[in-house]
Ligand binder design. Sequence first.
Ligand SMILES: *Cc1c(COP(=O)(O)O)cnc(C)c1O
Length: 234
Amino acid sequence: MMERLSVESFDKSYADICQRLKIAAEKSSRSFENIILLAATKTVAPEMINYAITKGIKYIGENRVQELLQKEKDILPVTRHFIGHLQTNKVKDIIDKVDMIHSVDSLKLANEISRQAIKKNKNIDVLLEVNIANEASKWGFAPSEVSEYVEKIATLDNISVKGLMAIPPVCNSGEENRKYFCEMYKLFIDIRTKKIDNSSMDILSMGMSDDFDIAVEEGANLVRLGTALFGRRL
Ligand SMILES: *Cc1c(COP(=O)(O)O)cnc(C)c1O
């Protein structure tokens, strides 16, 4: 694992990102305090993650089970999310090590999360992943079926549905993805308006290093940033 940025460069990147988040939040009539900045920590060494935590990062997210398990014991207290594709047979390995799973993309996975959470006697927050651009290569529910799955998953024990997550086409520029962020926000509000039992639509997780300002302008309240905080992955 590489340490890609010096601590001084982290300080500068972090300050710049906070400033950009403030501006984007104000454009959408919200404030910086309402936006969660999650550090996507794949390939980042525990020492650097801990430095980021001492500087104010309160949420981190890993996207691979193996890497999460390798690093978790070395990381300071912080809220931990799982943000990558999760195989059903790996749920048991992470269930007691994360506070939220962003990437629920099937009923089968949700059932297993519920089963393992019951075993551990814990409650786990989840987001449903939406394949907003209908990409063949992407995980996630089709936009038209999300509401129905929120209803189904909300009935499972020891799971709380807290919102939606999306990864729009990675090759697009931020502006090209604006329409997808906008569609996600509409979907989020539509589902919130239905007030589905045992669910809440509090969190809209979208926006990465190349497009987070635009995602926030369009209504995101959780952005997942790797490169922008820690430098390019090698
Ligand atoms: C790596 C990753 C990110 C962050 O990507 P950057 O472009 O480096 O900011 C966000 N979300 C998920 C699911 C990721 O795997």
